[in-house]
Write a new protein. Structure first.
Lengths: 238, 238
């Protein structure tokens, strides 16, 4: 398996960064090929702009997705995007590893998605969800956070964390066609003792060891349930 | 009323940018004070990092929220964050105006939130939701997108757009104490005719004209329903 780990934590000595290192080790020991995009270490530019295109389809008015489609066919994406898109298209498994910032990804990772999930290459037209450009690939989201698990149950003060991650799990990964593993949550990390942290890391190791066999995908829409205008089809009565 | 408009679109001639200009005009004509943070025009840095603190509480290991709290009390936040935090604390109404990128904010706006919603100044400890640091302020989210409204109903292929915006409407704005207006959605913008666009802009103008009188807030959790450990309190039987 070819594995791309995209990691976004500002502190190289953080638990999240240790999780990234553990994942590199585990996948390598399993015989997989591994590439890592450590976005902070790369000083990755997260701001989508007209500068992302070496030649513009319309130099006077930038519609970002249209410029993406033009640049894909013309081969004029900026070099940093081409490099990351190459890794994304190369991989069989994408791991997004990050600390929860405001119930979602840190901006540097949001910008990696904004710029690298290129229209025309990863989706486009009616190519989304189970007809997306990245069908056949798997994705795993692994996060750390300060909150405790009971704050995020159906009865928790914030509601399910999975609901907060819907723009990522469904709206981004599912949308482009990934089969999405259930996320891995490292709860309450800044407040854990060393032995509690070691338990979380062991749970992460165990998860990685069995990942290849997992088939319990995160539920996604299927376009078969919708008509050409994307209205839901009425189920036929039996 | 003091109004802060935070705007994030890479194209100054876009419909989203025109909505920002319309809002500035409308609020000014209503006699309100208006400040604008046009994040692309400002080249705002969206990447939260150790560089955000002029002096570190712990120079060897950066826990971002702890450094924020230290820097608030010591007055050592970086100047760009202090400037934006000053505007945030100044305003009575915050307007976040942006195009939907991957069912959420463009990275440059996500980073404005990551860096400017400072722990210790906007929330902290048990100061969140209806006890948040920004209680008494209002917020309005106004977005443009390519999708059509029927794709986002309960029966739509993507599910309700409000669900996708939960990390922002509840997890960020509600969390810090804002009373949140129902969002304004500019559907299908790139594909509309000029007259259809004019109708959307008129709907936006009408919304702004009546905004001050609106009281139908987006539902948020209240801490009164939870105990000290943030477990939900059982309702007493009548």
């Amino acid at each position: 398996m070819k594995v791309l780990i995209v990691h976004a934590h500002p502190e190289p000595k953080s638990f999240s960064s240790a999780m990234k290192n553990t994942a590199v080790e585990a996948f390598t020991q399993q015989g997989h090929s591994v590439q890592v995009s450590d976005l902070y270490a790369m000083h990755f530019n997260p701001v989508a702009s007209a500068d992302d295109f070496q030649k513009r389809a319309n130099p006077d008015y930038c519609v970002y997705a249209l410029e993406q489609r033009h640049a894909v066919s013309a081969g004029t994406l900026s070099q940093d995007i081409q490099d990351e898109l190459g890794k994304l298209l190369w991989c069989d498994l994408l791991v997004l590893n990050f600390p929860i910032f405001w119930y979602s990804t840190p901006a540097i990772l949001k910008g990696w998605i904004d710029r690298v999930f290129v229209s025309g290459a990863t989706y486009g037209g009616k190519r989304f969800y189970d007809r997306g450009g990245l069908v056949g690939k798997r994705a795993l989201v692994s996060v750390t956070l300060g909150g405790q698990e009971h704050m995020f149950g159906e009865q928790g003060v914030h509601g399910p964390l999975e609901d907060m991650l819907k723009p990522l799990l469904q709206g981004t990964l599912g949308y482009t066609g990934f089969s999405v593993h259930p996320p891995f949550f490292g709860w309450h990390i800044p407040y854990l003792s060393d032995s509690e942290r070691a338990s979380v890391m062991q749970a992460w190791r165990n998860r990685l060891a069995g990942l290849h066999e997992e088939r319990n995908w995160w539920p996604q829409p299927t376009l078969d349930d919708f008509d050409e205008r994307l209205y839901r089809l009425r189920k036929q009565q039996p």
